[in-house]
Design a binder for this molecule. Structure first.
Ligand code: NAP
Length: 325
């Protein structure tokens, strides 16, 4: 059981809107020291004030972080280390999914933007903050996965790792929906691998599979007009962000998950297991798994692909310096 919550620090990326903002409110209301890591300080100041006012906790910091940029992650980490003594909870909540985008987008490091934001940014940030996490007596990391990864039940589906620098940007179709699923599958694989690698340091690393969660006005505004309408319609049967934030909180704060690592967890705090369906099997069994939240596709446990994603991630962040002091 954690005590002295004001000294227990949680960093939540992308917490100026949506699930991240509600999670920041929840941790702050419980008395935690919250660091809102957001890319636009001016825009996020309103959310920062809202979190402080709603939680009546002044111990909430707003810090600049563009998770798609290695330089920004480096600056964030050194600033964080200057101001704090340890890190207890790291929630990789920020995500990029620009509905309707038609043109291949590059990050400041010349990496495909969806992967840079959803996969390699969280990986690099974790590496840089790992030493501060080991100073906590109960360090936990949570990554934001999605039901979109269920597309990997299709045996033909594979992460497109050979187009990360736009090698085929002019010859292959650009599909932001596929990129989102690929980048989140890669993040899930890194979550499993980091859990193994960091076990001896006592750091628990899990992922949460997020279903359709209501998007706020500020999130919908980012979409192009047609997708804004689609998002509004999707909201009709979506669950409120408070529901998801409660799951974030439970996974990162409860005793139940103190010793749980390397798992994918659903919104009801249940550990999701890999499918037992034979490869390529369709029918009612598959439909049940696609509609439910109890199983994930076996692709996520493919050791060869996990190693490949791990190697690509290490080589990309290795080409930037991990020295941040
Ligand atoms: N809502 C759903 O139905 C759903 C379903 C599955 C998974 N998820 C995942 O849940 C997480 C939260 O999403 P949400 O629904 O709450 O959407 P949201 O309101 O759009 O939140 C996304 C957050 O990520 C931030 N962000 C994006 N790119 C960033 C960058 N480069 N650096 C720093 N922050 C960045 C955004 O900041 P700006 O405001 O500056 O853009 C925003 O604060 C995401 O990882 C998403 O993929 C959501």
């Amino acid at each position: 059981m954690r005590t002295d919550l004001k000294d227990v620090t949680v960093v939540i990326t992308g917490s100026n809107s949506g699930i991240g903002k509600v999670a920041a409110k929840r941790f702050a209301a419980e008395g935690y020291h919250v660091v809102m890591a957001c890319r636009n300080i001016e825009k996020s100041s309103k959310a920062h004030k809202e979190v402080i006012d709603a939680s009546k906790n002044e111990n909430v910091d707003l810090m600049k972080l563009d998770v798609s940029s290695f330089e920004s992650i480096r600056l964030f980490s050194s600033e964080y280390k200057r101001k704090n003594k340890k890190l207890d909870i790291l929630i990789h909540n920020a995500g990029y999914f620009n509905h309707g985008e038609k043109v291949y987008q590059f990050s400041p490091d010349n990496i495909e933007l969806t992967f840079a934001t959803n996969t390699f940014g969280p990986f690099f940030m974790t590496q840089l903050l790992k030493d501060f996490l080991t100073r906590s007596d109960d360090p936990r990391i949570l990554t934001a996965s999605t039901t979109n990864i269920k597309h990997f039940y299709d045996p033909r589906r594979a992460i497109e790792l050979d187009n990360l620098h736009g090698e085929f940007k002019d010859s292959r179709p650009y599909n932001v929906y596929k990129l989102y699923g690929d980048s989140k599958m890669a993040l899930l694989m890194l979550t499993f691998k980091m859990a193994e690698e960091y076990q001896s340091d006592g750091i628990k690393v899990n992922a949460v599979m997020i279903p359709n969660i209501r998007q706020g006005k500020e999130s919908l505004k980012k979409f192009k007009s047609y997708y804004r309408v689609l998002g509004t319609l999707q909201n009709l049967y979506a669950r409120p962000p408070e529901r998801m934030a409660a799951t974030y909180f439970h996974i990162c704060a409860s005793d139940e998950f103190r010793n749980v690592t390397g798992k994918l967890i659903n919104i009801d705090n249940e550990i999701i297991s890999p499918t037992k369906l034979p490869p390529g099997k369709g029918g009612i069994g598959l439909i049940k798994e696609l509609l439910g939240a109890q199983h994930y596709p076996r692709y996520a446990d493919d050791k060869e692909v996990i190693e490949k994603v791990w190697d690509v991630s290490n080589s990309l962040v290795g080409s930037t310096s991990t020295h941040n002091n």
